[in-house]
Design a protein around this ligand. Sequence first.
Ligand SMILES: Nc1ncnc2c1ncn2[C@@H]1O[C@H](COP(=O)(O)OP(=O)(O)OP(=O)(O)O)[C@@H](O)[C@H]1O
Length: 238
Amino acid sequence: MFLIVHLRESSVSSLPLLVADEVSKSFGVTPALRGASLQVYPGEVLALTGPSGSGKSTLLHCLSGILAPDEGRITYDGRDLGAMGDRERSALRRGAFGFVFQFGQLVPELTCLENVALPLRLAGVRRRAAERAAGELLARLEVTDVAGKRPGQASGGQGQRVAVARALITTPRVIFADEPTGALDSRNGDQVIRLLVAAARERGSAVVLVTHEERIAACADRIVAFHDGAPATTAATR
Ligand SMILES: Nc1ncnc2c1ncn2[C@@H]1O[C@H](COP(=O)(O)OP(=O)(O)OP(=O)(O)O)[C@@H](O)[C@H]1O
């Protein structure tokens, strides 16, 4: 009896949050994904690596519901993204997912504090509460000094830390980060990734990180290497 209960508990805790099942996607005649399968577990940091053009970003876009696969299925928490309507998928993206891109994509007219508070404001949180939470997160990411500045007045590394804060502010279940350090030198890149991983772990958010830098991938719990449109190898780092 004890053994049965134990097995049930361990199988529940190891259920994947996001699953790509035999996903294929082409752009015209160019195949980007060829039957790619992958699981993302709650709270894990997963790095997708591999040569340019091997399909990493395309899979990230399919996993996050930005792109629809031609074949195969993506499920989030057991729900098929392809069976959802546009509204439901958008609500999922806003509520459960956070995004960090290579270039921060912050709103240039807003201050860094307002940029970080924005997702909460859009979710209906009052300005004062949203900006208090944004200020706390900027402090966690060690960029309090740019809170009142516009993104154009911040350095590349500071801007990326602000973008990480904006992605984390809603405490998403999954953060999708596509080459978040790609435009930074190694010192700034290391700092951004260290803070991203630490803050995501504190909040229990999983991270799906696309990177071609081995040093950055080494911060992940698991590394999946792509080749020709599908995962070729998986390695645990810890
Ligand atoms: N929007 C698009 N239109 C046309 N072709 C595309 C598009 N997006 C990706 N591709 C093609 O699909 C293939 C996979 O691209 P993808 O960006 O997923 O690879 P990647 O591994 O992320 O590459 P990189 O490391 O260079 O970003 C490539 O051949 C690419 O040229």
